[in-house]
Design a protein around this ligand. Structure first.
Ligand code: SF4
Length: 253
């Protein structure tokens, strides 16, 4: 998942003296039996749902094995945070945070996610989801409860399985995109790009197809070997100029 925040690099609490009542929960040795698998928590972030101050809850578990995955420790379903403690923490942030973003791993791998989203909404927060498009049916069921989705467009049909490390992944991703387009829920498509897995002409073809189908928000994120490191390649000025004309909202990160 291409979350902007990383559960490996949690920023300090912004105002602990004001928020004495409930500190951000710490990882626990073992979560209660039957609890969801939460592998990380970023108490506040303004980059995971652009323009919204959100807490990011990272779900552990992902069936894909993308070659560039920055959170491989979130691929296995191991929970490290007590969901009840997370809810208590969020209850203490009402009025201070706008939203909760579920990221991962792949958050739709968590079968309890709909109940989690309902519990968050009951506290008055808006809810966003980051997804790679692995579970179309689960996404369709959850969309009515979501306010925004960050959708990873991994690659074109030819390169999808090679990048995700699993067979037959393109059809699921396409079904998820179709569900998003039909839902009316706000969303951004984003592609983590390197010419190692997608040539620049192939990226432009992919972008043209997204624009033709009605995607309005698109971002290309340079692949970086590690967060904060130099990009492995830079898009040409010609490619950037075309991408900017294809979408009403385009970002190059
Ligand atoms: S979809 Fe890929 S990048 Fe995202 S968590 Fe799974 S393996 Fe990692």
């Amino acid at each position: 998942m291409s979350a902007a925040s990383s559960p490996n690099n949690v920023p300090p609490d912004p105002a602990p003296q004001v928020l004495k009542r409930i500190a951000a929960p710490a990882p626990v040795a073992a979560v209660p039996r039957g609890d969801p698998c939460i592998g990380g928590l970023v108490p506040y972030s303004s980059v995971d749902w652009p323009g919204t101050l959100a807490c990011v809850v990272f779900i552990s578990g992902c069936p894909w094995r993308c070659s560039y995955c920055h959170n491989p420790h979130l691929q296995l379903r191991n929970g490290h945070y007590d969901w009840k403690a997370v809810l208590e923490f969020l209850a203490g942030r009402q009025g201070l945070l706008d939203a909760v973003v579920f990221s991962g791993g792949e958050p739709l791998s968590e079968p309890r996610l709909p109940q989690m989203v309902r519990a968050i909404r009951a506290l008055g927060f808006r809810v966003a989801l980051h997804t790679a498009g692995i579970y179309p049916s689960r996404l369709r069921d959850l969309l009515p409860l979501l306010d925004w989705v960050g959708f990873d467009v991994k690659s074109d049909a030819a390169g999808h399985d090679a990048l995700t490390g699993r067979p037959n992944t393109y059809a699921a991703a396409q079904a998820c995109l179709q569900a998003l387009l039909a839902s009316g829920v706000g969303f951004e498509c984003r592609t983590t790009w390197s010419p190692r897995w997608l040539t620049e002409p192939a990226l432009l073809d992919l972008a043209r197809d997204l624009a033709r189908r009605g995607v309005r928000h698109y971002a290309v994120q340079n692949h970086r070997a590690a967060p904060g490191s130099a990009p492995s390649a830079i898009l040409s000025a010609t490619a950037l100029a075309e991408l900017e004309t294809l979408f009403p909202h385009f970002a190059y990160r």
